[in-house]
Design a protein around this ligand. Structure first.
Ligand SMILES: Nc1nc2c(ncn2[C@@H]2O[C@H](COP(=O)(O)OP(=O)(O)OP(=O)(O)O)[C@@H](O)[C@H]2O)c(=O)[nH]1
Ligand SMILES: [Mg+2]
Length: 279
C-alpha cells in the first residue's frame, strides 16, 4: 500500500445537470433556500452553484449531522460563515434532534418573506448530506426516502409541514468540476460520490492520514489499537489485525479494511470529527 497515491475524483452524471435545471425552473415559486451541508466538511460539501439560486432569496445554511462533527470546530465554522458570507442564517443542525427542529421552524417563520401564510422552501445541497432527513424532521414523520448513499432522492417532491411550510425535496447535485482534488476526496469520505468510481484503498488511506493527525485517540479507542509511531500502512495492518480481517494465506485484507474504515467514518462511529477547519 502506498502512502503517496492521490486519487483524482470527478463525478457529474447527467441526472445532476437535469436536477439542476429542474430546480432553476422552480425558483420563481421559492421564498427560502435551505442549503444543507455536512458539518464535518462544511466547505467541501457546499456546492458553489447554489449561489445562483440564493442571490434574491432568503438563504439558510444548515450545517447538518452536527452530532457527528467536532463541537468546538463547528462553532468556529458558524462564526466563519457569518463573517465571510452574506447568508442570512447559519444554523448548526442535527436532523434527529427535535429541539433543533423547533428552532429551525421559528427561524424560517421569522424570515422576511412576503407569503407568510405558506412559506415555500427549496431544500438543496450535494448528495447524502441529509436533505430528505431534514424534511422528515420538519414534517415530524417519515415522508421521504432516506439512505446513507448518494442518489436516494431521484426527483423533486413538494411536502407540507404541520407549521404550514411547503418544502421542495430535491436530488443531491454536485458541480461539473472540482478544482481542488481534495474536494473530491472529501466528498468520497462523506458518501456523496458513488463508491464504484474510486479506489477505496486509496481513499481510506487518505482518511487515515487525517485521522492520525487530528483524532488519533478516537482511532485507538474504536479499533483497540495503538497508533503512536506508526505510519499509515502500519495502522492499516493494526486495524485489519484487530478486526481479524485476513485473506487466505494469513495476509491482511486491505479491501475489507478500507470499506470498514470508510463506513465507520460515514456512519459517525469513529467519533465526533471535523476534517476541515476555518483558516
Ligand atoms: N447522524 C446523523 N445522520 C444523519 C443526519 N441527517 C441525515 N443523516 C443520515 O444521512 C444519510 C443520508 O440522508 P438523506 O436524507 O437520505 O440524504 P439526502 O441529502 O437526502 O441524500 P440524496 O437524496 O441521496 O441526495 C441517512 O443515513 C440519514 O440517516 C443527522 O443530522 N445526523
Ligand atoms: Mg434525499
Amino acid at each position: 500500500m502506498s502512502e503517496e497515491k492521490i486519487e483524482y475524483i470527478q463525478w457529474y452524471p447527467g441526472h445532476m445537470a437535469k436536477a439542476n435545471r429542474e430546480i432553476k425552473e422552480k425558483l420563481k415559486l421559492i421564498n427560502v433556500v435551505i442549503e444543507v451541508v455536512d458539518a464535518r466538511l462544511p466547505l467541501s460539501s457546499k456546492n458553489p452553484e447554489i449561489n445562483q439560486y440564493t442571490w434574491n432569496k432568503q438563504h439558510i445554511l444548515l450545517l447538518n449531522k452536527s452530532d457527528l462533527a467536532d463541537p468546538e470546530v463547528s462553532l468556529e465554522w458558524i462564526e466563519w460563515f457569518k463573517k465571510n458570507t452574506e447568508i442570512q442564517k447559519v444554523v448548526l443542525f442535527d436532523a434527529f434532534d427535535r429541539r433543533m427542529k423547533t428552532e429551525l421552524v421559528r427561524t424560517i417563520q421569522d424570515l422576511n418573506v412576503k407569503e407568510k401564510a405558506q412559506v415555500k422552501c427549496l431544500v438543496c445541497g450535494i448528495p447524502n448530506v441529509g436533505k430528505s432527513t431534514v424534511i422528515n424532521s420538519l414534517i415530524g414523520k417519515k415522508k421521504t426516502q432516506i439512505g446513507n448513499k448518494p442518489g436516494v432522492t431521484k426527483g423533486q417532491q413538494w411536502l407540507s409541514t404541520p407549521d404550514h411550510l411547503m418544502l421542495l425535496d430535491t436530488p443531491g447535485i454536485l458541480w461539473p468540476k472540482f478544482e481542488d482534488p481534495l474536494v473530491g476526496l472529501h466528498l468520497a469520505w462523506l458518501g456523496s460520490i458513488k463508491d464504484t468510481i474510486y479506489e477505496k484503498e486509496n481513499i481510506a488511506a487518505d482518511l487515515l492520514k487525517y485521522l492520525l493527525i487530528y483524532y488519533p485517540g478516537d482511532l485507538e479507542a474504536l479499533y483497540k489499537i495503538e497508533v503512536e509511531g506508526k505510519n499509515i500502512p502500519e495502522v492499516f495492518d493494526a486495524i485489519a489485525k484487530s478486526r481479524g480481517l485476513l485473506i487466505k494465506g494469513g495476509e491482511y485484507d486491505y479491501a475489507r479494511t478500507s470499506v470498514l474504515i470508510l463506513n465507520d467514518f460515514k456512519n459517525g462511529r469513529i467519533g465526533r470529527i471535523t476534517l476541515e477547519r476555518p483558516e
